[in-house]
Ligand binder design. Sequence first.
Ligand SMILES: Nc1ncnc2c1ncn2[C@@H]1O[C@H](COP(=O)(O)OP(=O)(O)OP(=O)(O)O)[C@@H](O)[C@H]1O
Ligand SMILES: Nc1nc2c(ncn2[C@@H]2O[C@H](COP(=O)(O)O)[C@@H](O)[C@H]2O)c(=O)[nH]1
Length: 205
Amino acid sequence: MEQEKGILIVLSGPSGVGKGTVRKAIMKRDDHKLHYSISATTRKPREGERDGVDYFFKSKEEFQRMIQNNELLEWAEYVGNYYGTPVKYVNDTLTEGKDVLLEIEVQGALQVKTHFPEAVFIFLVPPSLAELQERIVNRGTEAEHMVKHRMLAAREEIELMDKYDYVVVNDKVDDACDKIKAIIIAEHLRKERIYYKYKKMLEVE
Ligand SMILES: Nc1ncnc2c1ncn2[C@@H]1O[C@H](COP(=O)(O)OP(=O)(O)OP(=O)(O)O)[C@@H](O)[C@H]1O
Ligand SMILES: Nc1nc2c(ncn2[C@@H]2O[C@H](COP(=O)(O)O)[C@@H](O)[C@H]2O)c(=O)[nH]1
């Protein structure tokens, strides 16, 4: 029998809302096997970030070559840098029947929607904009003017949350993880129901 494909989960939300924190917490629980797609970026590594673990760090020229060679499922320019999802990992992993998680900003998520309309789109929001700013500042990774840029981008991104299937508030990390896990389980059940409905139909006809 042909291997059933995995589910593609797209986790978006403004910078600093806690996408990475929640994703790592979900994967640590590891009772639902999620496969994280590592993005390519032209952004310089932050302290402690490792090439091939946090991102594939690329020069602008390398990134442009990836675009030209159709190696990216989606890509976007975000606050002066390029970010993109290598398409091969996503396709190969889904084909193996495994679920893949993308952690990307909104422009990229909308591109994914055109290629994978069946993907599950989850938007993570902060309890408030003030809390979002505090999280970005406390993370200590951005200069003051970059915090401002990211907060401006956040306003534009939040306006697009109605394009998503689910909106989850990241107030407490554990609660956000519980909700995202519940969404994934529900989506699996939904997919199985549809699959068996058609399987039965084919058996009868
Ligand atoms: N529920 C939460 N309550 C308080 N602080 C949080 C919560 N979730 C994440 N944080 C903190 O907020 C900061 C930003 O989190 P994180 O880096 O995971 O965000 P992000 O959405 O992945 O950001 P980016 O998109 O810029 O990579 C971190 O310092 C993290 O520890
Ligand atoms: N469209 C894409 N956006 C991505 C990708 N990987 C990460 N991101 C998003 O970019 C911003 C900034 O990230 P940071 O690490 O510099 O803070 C954030 O919203 C990420 O989710 C990607 O492959 N495509």
